[in-house]
Ligand binder design. Sequence first.
Ligand code: NAD
Length: 473
Amino acid sequence: MLIDGEWVRASAGGELRCVDPYTEESWGRVPQADAADVDRAVTAARRAFDRDGWPQTPPARRAALLRRLAQLIESNADALTYQQIRENGKLVSEMRPGADLIARSGHYFAGLAEAAGGRSMGTPGFTTYTVREPIGVIAAVTPWNSPLLLLGWKLFPALAAGNTVVVKPSEVTPTSTLRLAELVVEAGFPRGVVNVVTGCGHPTGAALANHPGVDKIAFTGSTAAGKAMARAAAERCARVSLELGGKSPNIVFADANVSAAVNGVIAGIFAATGQTCVAGSRVLVERRIYGEVADLLVERARELRPGDPLDHATQLGPVASRAQLEKILSYFAIAKEEGLERLTGGRRLERRGFFVEPTVYGSVSNSCRVAREEIFGPVACLIPFEGEDEAVAIANDTPFGLAAGVWTESLRRAHRIVSRLRAGTVWVNNYRQMTYGVPFGGFRQSGIGRELGPQALDEFTEVKSVWIDASAP
Ligand code: NAD
């Protein structure tokens, strides 16, 4: 682990094993940090913030370090891609462009570091202005599905704004974050500014969330763990931002370009083997075209080619871990109990690796557990509807609100539906587009706060208002 610029083992000697989801073989070990290790990391980050002057470092210097880090990510993109695939089994065709996107995000936040500033206000007799100051020590806790991209979206703005950071990657994907930490050291960030502790949610994540020296928790993960984070933060009014789960509707109207819509539905739920927070897991289809869409979707789902995630021709990778495999299989059993119509899939693939079949359930009621709970696997629920009002009612009938898709050739309808959907991102005639310049986050139980976009640094700063008496003496 990286604590205060040193590479260290866990003080109590605990270790975790890394398992390749494609081969099912254990291939590495990382430290399992306990509360004492977390305390060392937070203490280092505190000193770097409170005494060593990182917040006072000129923005241009912080930007230069971020640009250097982004360049190192660019030149190590293949290695970082390989490391992540070995950990989570995602396809090289998705992860390699993702590595470039991480580097570009670094450059974007370097730009924001130099552009950040406050405002001045008109208050007669006074000169009044605001400044934005860093919050302090940030705990960045990340999941396994896009470990480095999601880390970058916290780490870069946090550093750009002058905070120091303790990162806790998922226990499924710790080694890729440690590789990135090597680049942080190589880029020349002062010691203690970035620290990485590895380990499970308990004890490592919980020790970090509950540490009184942490000023903000920036979390991406499941809604259940996010609520635990928010409870821990509430004890001391620590800041918290949460990027959580979803059960996103992908709505296909009868006037849509059906072939494009089905492509979007496939990408929405089967890309990354369904393991994306924005997975379009509820496919709402207007009844008039329901049969046509269902047939096409099933045909295309059956054609997806499973295989080695490092092979560019593979279309379906394994799921990331045995635990995730078992979770998905448990939902196949629940679907059976609920009497759902299985149009295709619903089983583990008979081959080495944590593979499941791309699965489509038909004529699903939105009240079924399979339609309400986040599965995080390649499982689509087809839900028929009649007209706009019913589509919107079903789409919004969920505790989540992360994303939604709308497929229609009518511009008027697109605007009407967009304004009625309770979701942080709505895609019209596309799905899963994302980049660092556009804010991202969830309504309702999908999260609190927004990452990315021009205001991203706001989430990592406090506003200070300054009043200067300018009246005559
Ligand atoms: P997870 O909640 O199990 O774990 C996320 C992180 O939190 C890990 O580092 C884990 O060790 C830690 N953790 C878990 N329980 C904890 C606890 N009680 N206290 C402290 N730390 C704890 O999530 P996951 O399985 O790694 O990732 C999948 C989830 O992430 C899905 O729900 C997905 O929707 C969500 N996700 C959301 C976004 C988004 O931007 N909204 C992006 C990607 C993934």
